[in-house]
Design a protein around this ligand. Structure first.
Ligand code: NAG
Ligand code: NAG
Ligand code: NAG
Ligand code: NAG
Length: 455
């Protein structure tokens, strides 16, 4: 049997049952999903908040939805709500985990003593299934996954039917298979939730100072596609070609290096990224992006980013040849730079990670030289307004809708100068290089799922 702690990754928190279960109105309106960073095992903490009880009547529904939307638009208000909830909800997570652990031991009991415990256990299994039911409408909002989800719903219904049948004729079924079905459903539910929690940046907390090392400017990172947590370290923004590798974050903290790479070309800036086993970086004094395989220790691909400014033509506010910023998120690999054609404003290109060919390009109206840093989360580029103390996330450009908005998300910059800030989608943190300190920020994302009957 698979370990539940793996299956339940990410951890799922449900706050269900605000509406009475007998209500004729479905529970689907106004679901809110919050997700925030995880514990050291990479588990995602996900909060699903059901609609409030007082708003369960049809009449109140429209009003409630409007209020919800207003809430989303009002960032500072939502942040306060979020702050309260994340703290309060931690208890629920623990309780949920205990319930799930309990379920596992119940299954063991079923296996060891079928006759006496069977009925009781199936009641509990049914309860578990029932608790999954309210999530189905939430998941259904995800149009891209509709096929999967309707199959999912059918399976849950089928399984519920099987369980109902089982109450009448005990012993007719293979318990182990049933157990596997439940586990399988849960795994997939959580995978859906993981996707679902791709949302809008709400809050940046921290940072945690992991280490103090190197010069004032540099980069460090891990690979979001890799389950091991190797760390790569690239000190300085120019005239260097030495990449240090550490087997884990704790090795990095302890200074236990596992490997050194001597790149064939020096890099420019601090905006490199390791993605799916390759290091992507900007070759010094050029607009060439280099893909270096960490496994073979060879350059696999090189390609010029046509018309991208380089060598301090369009750097971030701090300079440092930070013209070309390579980054990754849930959707893949990206390059952020500026061109003369776009009047020095930021251009976003999604890259094919193998060939480095540009898949698609978006032009923003934000001047690259006025940007402190930028990072991509779920296909949205977030831009800070400075590399100095008091900086905030100021502008966001969604590649999904090709629209921008101004925002105001402050973050703490304890060491004055920030020369790198990049998102890791697996760990859901921002890696930062803060004046010779390697820091990590937690991010909190927010998602509201809109219902069909919303006008
Ligand atoms: C937005 O937030 C501000 C500050 O918290 C508050 O004064 C205002 O009433 C909120 N607006 C709405 C529409 O909720
Ligand atoms: C659910 O049950 C129906 C009828 O028994 C069956 O045709 C269908 O394939 C089942 N669906 C799934 C996803 O197991
Ligand atoms: C990662 O690399 C493997 C082969 O090395 C490839 O099969 C896979 O599609 C890549 N994943 C992404 C997200 O590019
Ligand atoms: C992020 O939040 C988690 C859970 O609250 C905490 O354990 C972790 O230390 C935080 N990480 C950082 C980098 O602040």
């Amino acid at each position: 049997m698979r370990s539940l702690s793996v299956v339940l990754n990410p951890l799922l928190l449900l706050l269900i049952g605000s509406c009475p279960p007998t209500a004729t109105v479905g529970p689907q309106e106004g679901w809110q999903v919050y997700s925030s960073a995880q514990d050291p095992d990479g588990r995602c903490v996900c909060t699903v908040v059901a609609p409030e009880q007082s708003l369960c009547s049809r009449d109140a529904k429209g009003r409630h939805l409007r209020q919800l939307l207003e809430k989303v638009q009002n960032m500072s208000q939502s942040i306060e709500v979020l702050n309260l909830r994340t703290q309060r909800d931690f208890q629920y997570i623990m309780r949920m985990e205990n319930q799930i652990k309990g379920l596992r031991s119940k299954f063991r009991q079923v296996e060891s003593d079928r006759r006496t415990l069977v009925n009781k256990n199936f009641q509990e299994l049914k309860g578990r299934m029932a608790s999954l039911q309210p999530l189905i409408p939430v998941l259904e909002q995800y149009k891209t996954d509709t096929r999967l989800i309707s199959q999912f719903r059918e399976e849950i219904r089928n399984l519920s039917a099987v369980l109902t049948g089982l109450q009448e004729e005990l012993g007719a079924h293979d318990y182990e298979e049933l157990q596997l079905q439940v586990l399988n459903l849960e795994t997939r539910l959580h995978r859906c939730m993981n996707k679902l929690t791709c949302g809008k940046l709400m809050k940046i907390s921290g940072p945690l100072t992991v280490k103090t090392s190197g010069t004032r400017f540099g980069a460090w990172m891990s690979d979001p596609q890799e389950p091991l947590q190797r760390v790569w370290y690239m000190d300085s923004y120019t005239n260097n070609r030495i990449v240090k590798e550490f087997k884990s974050l704790s090795d990095f903290v302890a200074g236990v290096e596992s490997k050194t790479y001597n790149l064939p070309f020096k890099w420019a800036g601090t905006n490199h990224v390791v993605f799916n086993g390759s290091l992507y970086y900007n070759k010094m004094q050029s607009n060439i992006v280099v893909r270096y395989s960490l496994e073979s220790g060879r350059v696999v691909t090189q390609r010029a980013l046509e018309s991208a400014g380089f060598h301090n033509v369009y750097p971030y506010t701090w300079g440092g040849f930070s013209d070309i910023d390579l980054m990754s998120d849930e959707l893949g690999l990206w390059a952020v730079y500026a061109t003369n054609q776009n009047a020095g404003n930021i251009v976003i290109s999604q890259l094919n990670p193998d060939t480095l060919q540009i898949l698609k390009t978006w032009n923003t109206e934000y001047s690259k030289r006025n940007a402190g840093e930028s990072f991509m989360i779920c296909g949205t580029l977030y831009i800070t307004n400075s590399h100095l103390t008091g900086a905030k996330v100021y502008y966001a450009y969604s590649t999904r809708t090709s629209t921008y908005e101004y925002m105001d998300i402050p973050f703490h910059n304890p060491y004055f100068h920030l020369s790198m800030l990049d998102y890791n989608s697996r760990e859901r943190v921002l890696y930062g290089w803060n004046n010779g300190h390697q820091v990590l920020f937690n991010v909190t994302l927010f998602h509201v799922i809109r219902t069909q009957d919303e006008s």
